[in-house]
Write a protein that binds this ligand. Structure first.
Ligand code: MBD
Ligand code: FE
Length: 306
């Protein structure tokens, strides 16, 4: 009576219920379990292979690296592509393209008005200033937009995740002025590489893939009535610019660099010699509802809605 074949077991797993539960979670779990049963059977997965995968998932969770795997296997970009498709269908594809948030955002960075230094007064490499306006899709300046900016240090590490860095190092929040202006001083970050000897590195080695991202800077821009913009810009000339392990490079997000810009007007950023500048405007769509203006990054959104 308790003997089961595969199909009977799957049916049981997918239909057991003593309460309504969450129908969406039930439906998604059923689908995923069905697909995995099928994968195990068709690919003839051995017990050792199966338990090795379970051990890997356990270590992945313990090291907090699930977000690296979702990026590297294309899920983060998939979600952006699906949002772009929906925007296209709804006739609202406009403004600065979105790009993946990535797993390394940290909320609560120090806030300043209009301009700031991300490098905390410790120059590291070439002086770089990025500046411009936040605009809406009608071209109007967005006053009091809040822009989170974050990037890697000179060896590709992000504060909060990379040992030895100060809290919020290379993370700042800038509030635009009445003309929508922002500017910040930093240095041009190098690319990023997944941590060596990590569960993430194990998978990418087994897949015969590299775990490199081209040099980039992240942004999360929030303003009343406008749709929250999560994006990244790429620094031109990187070897990996068209071979990002997270598939996040996009047209329209590769900044242009101006070299040897005269320092006049940049004294408040401590600049007294020629430097590298990039001008870039962020163009935000009108929000259709309050949810689209949510200032929360991806994990804060889901934990708030739990
Ligand atoms: C990063 O810096 C990043 O932006 C993403 C998406 C994944 C891993 C590291
Ligand atoms: Fe990054």
């Amino acid at each position: 009576m308790n003997e089961l074949n595969q199909a009977q077991l799957l049916e049981l797993v997918n239909t057991k219920q003593i309460a309504q539960g969450n129908p969406r979670v039930r439906a998604l779990t059923q689908r995923i379990v069905t697909d995995l049963f099928k994968t195990i059977d068709e690919m003839d997965v051995t017990p050792d292979e199966f338990w090795k995968a379970v051990d890997w998932l356990t270590r992945l969770g313990q090291t907090g690296q699930f977000g690296l795997i979702t990026a590297g296997l294309g899920f983060d970009r998939l979600i952006d592509i699906r949002l772009d498709e929906a925007d296209e269908k709804a006739g609202r594809a406009a403004g600065t393209p979105r790009a993946i948030e990535g797993p390394l955002f940290v909320a609560g960075a120090p806030t300043t008005q209009v301009e700031t230094r991300l490098d905390e007064g410790e120059p590291k490499g070439e002086i770089f200033v990025m500046e411009g306006q936040v605009l809406d899709t009608d071209g109007q300046p967005v006053a009091n937009a809040m822009m989170d900016v974050w990037h890697a240090n000179e060896v590709g590490g992000y504060s909060h995740f990379f040992p030895g860095m100060k809290p919020y190092e290379l993370r700042r929040r800038i509030e635009t002025d009445a003309q929508g202006n922002y500017r910040f001083r930093s240095f041009l970050p190098p690319g990023y590489g997944i941590p060596p000897n990590s569960p993430t590195a194990e998978l990418f080695e087994a897949l015969g893939r590299h775990g490199k991202r081209p040099a980039h800077i992240h942004f999360l821009v929030v303003a009343p009535g406008l749709r929250t913009l999560t994006t990244q810009v790429n620094i031109p000339g990187d070897t990996y610019i068209d071979d990002d392990f997270a598939f996040a490079t996009r047209d329209g997000l590769i900044i242009e660099l101006e070299n040897d810009v005269a320092p006049a007007g940049y004294e408040s950023l401590g600049i007294t010699a020629p430097f590298t500048r990039s001008r870039f405007n962020f163009v935000m769509q009108k929000a259709l509802n309050e949810d689209e203006t949510s200032p929360a990054a991806r994990m804060a959104r889901v934990t708030a809605n739990a």
